[in-house]
Design a protein. Structure first.
Lengths: 501, 129
């Protein structure tokens, strides 16, 4: 069994005799030579990933103005940064949107502009104190003008990630990109064979203080990332590095349509081959890493799972979903992940990057908890109102009578089996009577009815009413039987009474 | 050859595609069609050797015809080759190459615009004709 120390590896880096391979090359090498021989030959395995990592941002220190200001609110190119810390310190998050440009420009775009040497407009307001009298500042500033620009990303380098599809009949726009209707495509993320944490899943060499590649510069692991869930294979890392040394080649601003901004981060971790076990773990391949495809059209924390799938299948471009061939595509860039792993390999070979042992290890077990919700959100069945229905065979006249009699504005239309087939509003009925065009309900009713289920949370109804610009939603069960109705009016009454949907 | 046809309110109600098929005898492949209010757009795929004939007939019928030589462009320098555009393309015009670069087959594009919206770094543009 091979045994090496970090000091021995660093000595080899110094004298130029170190043998480095990427995690992809390591997988092939172990297949060819076996673990023992590969472990003997290889000193370091480099990993890499390049994906959208929302939980990213930068701490800035702008320097003091004269007279000085204790910033209470601060904007960089109209994107607000958090300054509830010392006077001229602020944290700019990648997903914060511009006050003026919305989703097309956010915190990540400010970071990218700074990396390109562009001037950005800094605006801050304050209440003014005896020591910090200034109440407002407006100035243009570049990355070189800052004292510090320290990237601190609370959650990066997800070990692997869920895959997404959309079983509904409408296209949805998510943080997993555009998802076509009727399971029209599958989106996935993660570098698979090159993923840093998948190559050291027991956290033997990756821990607090490990030196890494971050955004084209040297960075460090701060700790486990937020929502770190190693037990289920969803480990994460909090990482840090100096933005001023990074490059736009490895840090890119992005917008997901109708979702918001995020930042692509290039991150790579070298794994020292200290013994056979580490070599074996670093030989992981795409076929060994399994994830699950979920239906993202269910806007709940727990989404319906469709099937398990390996990264090998996902990367083949096509997978089988309920007997149908469905196209897959990634959101993270495997091309760039390879570039990260190769660049890190080159640094180590040239003696520009030395390995470090963790100062403290990161938990290899544990799971993230869901949010504790003390005010339980009401469900549709708690907020729905009873509603009268009308049979499709009835006339417009009879619908008018029913609306007047029951004082409802909306009248769901059902077939002979009491299944929902449409809806008419008092407006539809008045119009039909005024124009005297037809006495039948079918031509005047809305056939494509947006509905909710009794166990959906009430805020699903609020979102649907807003999204489709409608005033009511019939509540139906699995057999399309009408159970009640949720109206915009009804929901606002609840909110005014203090029930928070 | 792909042709982008624009119909104005004067001609939109006429069965122009059917007439053109009958007059030319050419099998026209409709790749995309969108009618919004009084205006409409159709992308046709026409065999190269009958293109001139079809264009002449359409122009006589007052259809605005544009040849889609380069329907779409991708800024290669700024593309991060993530692949977000690959699976949303309805005609399979976008794919990964052997080295995991994203390659676009411009000739197959029908200008649906799905990839333009899906691109997180905004490097895809439909050509403006």
């Amino acid at each position: 069994m091979v045994r090496r120390t970090i000091e021995e590896i660093n000595q080899k880096i110094k004298d130029g005799s170190v043998n480095v391979v990427t995690a992809e090359e390591m997988t092939a090498l172990v297949q060819e030579l076996g673990v023992k021989e590969a472990a003997k030959q290889v000193d370091v395995v480099t990993t890499g990933t390049f994906g959208a990592m929302c939980s990213s941002g930068v701490f800035f220190n702008f320097g003091h103005s004269d007279p000085p200001i204790k910033m209470q609110k601060v904007w960089m190119n109209d994107v607000e940064a958090y300054t509830g810390i010392a006077a001229v310190d602020a944290y700019l998050g990648a997903t914060q949107l511009s006050d003026t440009k919305g989703m097309e420009y956010g915190g990540s775009h400010v970071i990218e502009d700074l990396l390109q040497g562009k001037e950005i407009w800094l605006k801050a307001t304050a209440y003014g104190t005896d020591c910090y009298p200034r109440k407002r500042i407006d100035t243009s500033i570049t990355l070189d003008d800052m004292n510090q620009a320290t990237m601190v990303n609370p959650r990066n380098a997800y070990q692997k990630y869920n895959s997404a599809t959309n079983c509904s009949s409408k296209t949805i726009y998510t943080y997993m990109g555009t998802l076509l209707p009727n399971c029209g495509n599958v989106a996935y993320s993660g570098a698979g064979v090159l993923s840093p944490l998948s190559n050291d899943p027991t956290y033997r060499t990756i821990g607090i203080g490990t030196r890494i590649f971050l955004g084209g510069a040297q960075g460090y692991v701060v700790s486990e990332g937020t929502q770190h869930s190693p037990s289920s294979g969803f480990g994460t890392l909090m990482v840090t590095g100096d933005l001023r040394k990074m490059s736009r080649e490895y840090i890119r601003a992005a917008t997901f349509y109708k979702y918001g901004t995020t930042m692509y981060v290039g991150l790579g971790i070298p794994i020292p081959v200290l013994d056979d076990d580490i070599a074996k773990a670093a030989a992981v391949g795409d076929a060994d890493i399994t994830t699950t495809i979920y239906d993202y059209s269910t806007p709940r924390r727990v989404k319906p799972a469709l099937r398990d799938v390996t990264y090998e299948e996902l990367k083949s471009g096509m997978i089988d979903l309920n007997g149908k061939e469905v196209k897959t595509s990634s959101l993270s860039s495997f091309y760039k992940a390879r570039q990260v792993a190769s660049e890190l390999k080159a640094w180590i070979r040239k003696g520009q990057f030395f390995l470090s042992l963790p100062a403290q290890s990161i938990p290899a077990q544990g799971s993230a908890k869901p949010m504790k919700q003390t005010l339980e959100m009401p469900l549709i069945k708690d907020v729905m109102a009873p509603v009268a229905t009308i049979n499709l065979g009835f006339s417009v006249q009879e619908a008018a009578k029913k609306i007047i009699q029951d004082k409802f504005n909306h009248l769901p239309v059902v077939d002979e089996n009491s299944r929902l087939v449409g809806i008419v509003t008092s407006w539809d009925v008045s119009k039909a009577l005024a124009l005297a065009k037809s006495d039948r309900l079918a031509p005047i009713m809305t056939k494509n009815v947006i509905t909710v289920a009794p166990d959906d949370p009430a805020d699903v109804a609020v979102r649907l009413l807003e999204k489709h610009n409608i005033s009511a939603l019939p509540v139906i069960d699995k057999d399309k039987k009408v159970l009640g109705i949720v109206t915009g009016e009804g929901l606002s009454k609840l909110i005014s009474r203090g029930v928070r949907p | 050859m792909k042709l982008l046809l624009r119909f104005n309110s004067e001609i939109i109600k006429r069965p122009i595609i059917a007439e053109t098929v009958l007059e030319s005898g050419v099998k026209l492949d409709i790749e995309r069609a969108r009618v919004e209010g009084p205006q409409g757009e159709i992308v046709l795929n026409v065999p190269d050797d009958s293109c001139r004939e079809v264009v002449n007939i359409l122009k006589r019928k007052k259809v605005d015809v544009v040849r889609l030589d380069v329907p779409i462009t991708k800024d290669e320098e700024n593309c991060i080759h993530c692949g977000a555009c690959v699976s949303v393309c309805p005609v399979g015009a976008i794919a990964f190459e052997y080295d995991w670069r994203v390659r676009m087959d411009e000739k197959a594009c029908v200008q649906c615009g799905n990839c333009v919206i899906a691109c997180p770094v905004r490097v895809i543009r439909l050509s403006d004709y």
